[in-house]
Design a protein around this ligand. Structure first.
Ligand code: CS2
Length: 498
């Protein structure tokens, strides 16, 4: 690019005069109180921004040492930029960019897992936050327990001193920290219900399977907190143009920018035995009702988001706003929210759910964000077990068919594990899923879409309990048949009429 040579690179030398957040975090990496696992766009646009704002409100030793999962694509440019990057906020009222200045150290989990273990064992680190996506918690969708059938967990249980999975790393790190007895907090920031309790259970099960001592188990039980949290901000993948937009707004070239909507919400249990940043002053909500907020988030936003992505992709739409603009998709989504998911939610006290839904429909219309259907539709095998079974079983047990939840499942299968002979189109083909080949293998012998749906559901890919619901299996099969023979719009009409 001809202009790029004249634009200086982002770094401490070019920071003066730029809108920066968090700079009061001590520069010395030894004083960084937080370890973060999963240095992706979401953490950088959400937790890191709230931490930076908290530091603006109240100083403290709360810099972040961040670990990417496996790629160096973020770590390298951030390290070259003295840990700085910008967040481009795309709102109706205009676009703005802020530089975030809270990261004080970097690593890549897959390259140097031992470094993560050593960090957890270091007394000055007091909190570990994580955004490792649903799959990172190694929960079996079938049983809800630690997934000992995965190669990663099997390998880590065989050599617990040299772990590679997130749960194995946490277990090893806490084992090493146990000898000092220093308290610690693990704060998951993924879209999982009871994410904190789930992480505690998985770590404890791992320790038990690997023969940990009673001392270590007692340390984890008594000195380590695993608060639950609800996280909410739509953060689409960074695109090639993001850097140019930042250059235009800030006059610097940023090799690791992120883009996000204006909305941001973080609700957490206030349980931090080793202290915490003033997150409450940085926009987060401290609450004893996090479980209820999680239900709101998973069932009003995430589940319906999946439905928009799958119906939209089957209809050839590349983005969430382009999909949600289709009346029949919006109608199906709102019917899912109001008719099926909302009745299953125990709302937090004083929470204005109508305002949340109103905001959300607005957020889903944000064309500037251009959130891709392929991004939201990927990893369904990890995401849908968090979004579908609980509300679906709620209705089934009362003798009602949740047709739009069934439609979400049928549309997921059509996109990602299509029945033989069905071509779901370019947008659906672009969705990825770590379990895709295994799922396709399970349905290999099916000769009809209904048999295909049955084979998949009966494998327990969403939950064992749901697999046993013959009425749900039949409903998903019928909707998948309609998608294949008459298209997604006809299937949505059937679900709405049910
Ligand atoms: C989305 C979420 O991709 C998805 O599964 O539903 O990433 C969603 O955008 C965020 O949870 C919003 O807070």
């Amino acid at each position: 690019m001809s202009s790029s040579s004249t634009i200086p690179d982002l770094g401490r030398g070019t920071l003066a005069g730029l809108p920066a957040l968090g700079a009061s975090a001590p520069r010395d990496p030894a004083r960084a109180g937080i370890i973060h696992l999963g240095l992706g766009a979401f953490h950088r646009a959400h937790g890191a921004v709230h931490t930076a704002r908290a530091l603006e409100a109240e100083e403290g030793d709360w810099g972040i040492v961040g670990f990417a999962n496996r790629s160096r694509s973020v770590v390298d440019p951030m390290a070259a930029q003295d840990g700085l990057y910008s967040v481009l906020e795309l709102a109706d009222t205009g676009t703005r960019a802020d530089v975030v200045d809270v990261h004080r150290g970097f690593g890549v989990m897959a390259e140097d897992p031992g470094a993560v273990v050593a960090e957890i064992a270091t007394a000055a680190r007091r909190i570990l936050t994580l955004t490792v996506s649903e799959g990172g918690y190694s929960v079996s969708p079938r049983t809800g327990s630690l997934d000992v059938d995965t190669a990663g967990i099997r390998a880590d249980l065989a050599t617990p001193a040299a772990p590679r999975t997130v749960i194995g790393l946490l277990a090893r790190g806490l084992t090493e920290r146990a000898s000092s007895g220093e308290p610690f907090t693990v704060l998951p920031c993924d879209n999982l219900s009871s994410a904190g309790q789930t992480a505690r259970r998985m770590v404890t099960e791992f320790l038990e399977h690997s023969g940990a001592t009673e001392d270590v188990l007692a340390y984890v039980r008594e000195q380590v907190a695993f608060p639950d949290a609800m996280v909410d901000r739509i953060v689409p993948a960074t695109t090639a143009g993001t850097s140019d937009q930042v250059a235009e707004l800030l006059g610097v070239r940023d090799g690791a920018p992120v883009r996000a909507e204006k909305f941001s919400m973080w609700v957490m249990e206030d349980h931090f035995p080793a202290g915490r940043p003033a997150w409450d002053l940085g926009g987060a909500i401290m609450s004893d009702e996090v479980g209820k907020y999680e239900q709101v988030k998973l069932r009003i936003l995430n589940g319906p988001h999946s439905l928009i992505a799958y119906l939209g992709a089957l209809d050839g739409r590349a983005t969430i706003p382009a999909s949600f603009e289709q009346d029949w998709i919006a109608e199906s989504t709102l019917a899912l929210i109001r008719g099926e998911n909302l009745p299953t939610i125990d709302l937090p006290s004083g929470f204005d759910v109508e305002e949340y839904i109103e905001d959300l429909t607005h957020r889903w219309h944000n064309h500037d964000l251009g959130h891709r259907t392929r991004q939201v539709g990927s990893d369904g095998s990890m995401r849908l077990p968090q979004r579908i079974p609980t509300p679906a079983l709620f209705h089934l047990e009362q003798g009602r068919m949740p047709a739009l939840l069934a439609l979400t499942v049928a549309a997921w299968f059509a996109c990602v594990v299509p029945p033989r002979g069905f071509e779901p189109g370019e947008q659906a083909r672009a969705m990825s899923d770590p379990d895709q080949d295994r799922l396709q293998g399970i349905a290999e012998r099916a000769t009809t879409p209904a048999e295909h749906a049955r084979a998949l559901l009966e494998s327990g890919c969403l939950s064992e309990q749901l697999a046993e619901r013959e009425d749900f299996v039949v409903a998903v099969g019928e909707l998948l048949t309609t998608i294949v023979t008459s298209g997604p719009r006809a299937a949505a009409a059937d679900a709405l009429a049910a």
